[in-house]
Structures are given as C-alpha cells and as structure tokens.
Design a protein around this ligand. Structure first.
Ligand code: GN1
Ligand code: MG
Length: 367
C-alpha cells in the first residue's frame, strides 16, 4: 500500500503544491472529481483555483510526455484564436519545470481551473447534447492541422481493442477459481462478441482510416460548460491526446453521454441524445471525415463500450490494479453496465445507422 492508498494523499498534495509558482498563498487542498487513474486535488488560493494531479505512472509510462504534448497543444490552440475552445494552462514549478517529483518519484503537475465553468453529471436537455457534439467537433477541426508526429504517444495501445482482448484472454486463462454468476455472464457476453474486435484496427492497418490527433477520453466529465451561457467551452483531461482514430473519441463520447439508467431496469442507449450530439458534431466538422470514416462510426459506437467492458472485466480478474475502486466487485459491475449498453446498441443498430447517415448528409429526412 502506498501513501495514497493509506489516506495520506491530501497531506502530501498540500506539501507538493508549494513547489509550484503560485502568485498567492494556498488556502485549501482537497480531493476532487471522480477520475479512476490519477490522484486529483482542487487547490484554492485567495483569488483563483487550480487542479493538482499526481499522474499514475503505472498507467502512463513516461508522464513527461503528457506535459510536452500539453505544451504543443497549448501552442496550437493559441495560434488558432477564435477556435472557441479553452484548454487549461499548466502552472510551472518554482524551478521552472512543468512538473514536480516527490520523494517517492511521484509525478505532479498543476493546472489552472477554468473559472466560471461547471461539469454536468448527466445531460439534461437537447441543447446540452448539441453543445457536447459541437465542442468535440470543434476540437477535431482545431487539431486537424496539427501533425500527429508532433505529439508523443503517452499511452501505448490505448483504444486498440484487439490488444485488450488478448490481455483479457491471458488473464482469464490464469484464473482457476469457479466464477460467480455475474462474472460468468460477463465472460460469456464478451466471448460471444470477440470476432468483432478488430473492425477499426483492421481498417486502420489496411489504410482505410487515417490516424488523427484525438482527445482519447472525451466523456461528459471532461467537458466544461460556461455557468452563465451554458455553452461547452473547454475540454479537460488532455493526458491521452495523441494519434488515434476519430472513432475512439466519437464512440467514447456517445458511450458516456447516451448510456442511461444503471439499475435493475438495465442500461439503454438514448437515441435522441445520440441524434443531437452527432448532428451538432457533423455540422461542426463539415467535410473533415471521409466516407470510410463515416461508414465505421456505428461500429465505433458499439465497440468502445464493449472495449471498456473488456478493460473493466480484465482489471476485475487481475485484482483491480488499473481502475481505482471504492468497493469490491465494482469493476465487474461496471463491466456489466457497459455490456448491457452494448446489447442495447446492437438492438438499435438500424436506428443508429440511420442517425449517422442523416447527420452526415446521406439520408434526407431526419430518422
Ligand atoms: C479512465 O481516469 P479517468 O476516469 O479520466 C480511463 C478511460 C475510461 C474511464 C472510465 C487513461 O479515465 O479510458 O473511459 O476511466 N482512462 C485511462 O471511467 O485509461
Ligand atoms: Mg481520463
């Protein structure tokens, strides 16, 4: 158990924050947000707020790469004034570096907290859904002229579904205990769908899908809305901005926004929200995506929740090493929610394909 798991985290964070070059003294440091990978704290001073994070280096092998990507991205955003998109600026340490190492080698960074914004726990109305689509589209357009080679790979294999399946099989093969029913059901559900996992990677390898700069984790939690206007103004959690497929982002965004209901009634995929998000996204990106990319959007919408289920399930089998849990069995339960979502998406394939076609202009009337 490290100092974080032993509950000493806020004390360490309160000490570390003083090594960053803040203009006024710190008045408060407290745990913040629901992220599963990094340790996150809200830092308050007299006149501003900041986000302090310890990057999980069991997940991100070289956290320095995250900071160098952030600086490339910040430069790119600054050169495109009027993009309507803000990203949080990093705050340097007193020694001039963009991060601080603690006594155990832990990697810390401090970012501005974009003022007058809020996150949404869930989408409440169609206008919010359109804002989500608009900001993701705006981001993809903004980075479309940023050469992917300028960004380092921060998380190798991220969203490469066949890799996650391989790992799942390896871990499963080493499990000798009898599986409880929920686990057996999840394993059966995954196994039945394994033939579909390379749909995106095969197309990428065959040269049908271009690698683009992507966000990697554009779930609802990572979008900030202006408190007054309600407009989506910022995308945060930029640790996985790297080369990838636009499908990873669209699939992840729709998974997190359109998956509704987590209780006994099951999880369903909300078609109205999907239509609103994708419609606004398509309007924003114009003709950025080519035909092959559009054709595989449905596959991405099905695949990314499947992939997340696979990741949660593997982590459950491995003893919850990757995703932070707050109670035993949480990763298995989360895998079940994603698998229920996948089943619902499969049942709505015709409708979702029609929405994609209508949004991207190949189907006249709204579906
Ligand atoms: C992780 O840590 P957080 O919550 O930002 C994960 C995402 C998953 C998400 C599921 C680097 O993101 O891929 O979609 O959990 N990030 C990484 O809640 O693996
Ligand atoms: Mg994240």
């Amino acid at each position: 158990m490290n100092e974080f798991e032993s509950g000493n985290a806020t004390v360490v964070a309160s000490d570390i924050v003083n090594r960053f070059a803040l203009p006024t003294p710190v008045s408060g440091v407290k745990p913040h947000g629901g992220g599963l990978i990094n340790a996150t704290f809200l830092v308050t001073t007299e006149d501003a707020r900041y986000i302090l994070q310890r990057i999980n280096d069991a997940v991100f092998p070289e956290p320095e790469r995250i900071m160098s990507n952030l600086s490339v991205l910040a430069g790119h955003v600054a050169a495109h004034t009027g993009s309507g998109l803000r990203i949080p600026a990093p705050i340097a340490a007193w020694d001039g570096r963009s991060f601080v190492r603690d006594g155990q080698g832990g990697f810390w960074r401090l970012m501005e907290f974009i003022p007058n914004t809020r996150g949404l726990a869930r989408i409440e109305d169609p206008e919010q859904a359109r804002e989500v689509g608009r900001i993701l589209g705006r981001f993809h357009v903004l980075v479309s002229d940023l050469p992917a080679e300028r960004l380092a790979v921060t998380l190798p294999g991220f969203h490469v579904t066949p890799g996650y399946l391989e790992r799942f099989k390896q871990v499963l093969a080493t499990c000798t205990t009898v599986h409880p029913e929920a686990l057996s059901r999840a394993i059966a559900c995954v196994t039945a769908r394994q033939a579909q996992v390379d749909v995106l990677e095969a197309a990428r390898q065959d040269g049908y899908l271009p690698a683009r700069v992507i966000h990697g984790d554009p779930k609802l939690d990572n979008i900030l809305f202006d408190r007054v206007t309600g407009r989506a103004v910022s995308l945060i959690d930029l640790d996985t901005v790297q080369a990838g497929l636009v499908h990873y982002d669209v699939g992840d965004c729709l998974r997190s926004c359109c998956g509704r209901g987590k209780g006994s009634a099951g999880t369903r995929f909300d078609l109205d929200l999907c239509r609103a998000i994708l419609g606004a996204y398509a309007d924003e990106v114009g003709d950025l995506l080519d035909t092959a990319e559009i054709e595989l959007l449905f596959d991405a919408i099905r695949l990314i929740p499947f992939e997340l289920a696979l990741r949660f399930l593997t982590d459950h089998l491995e003893g919850d090493r990757y995703f932070r849990i707050t109670e035993p069995g949480q990763n298995l339960r989360k895998a079940g929610i994603q698998l229920a979502l996948v089943e619902d998406i499969e049942g709505k394939e015709r409708e979702i394909r029609a929405i994609v076609a209508a949004c991207f202009g190949r189907g006249k009337s709204a579906p």
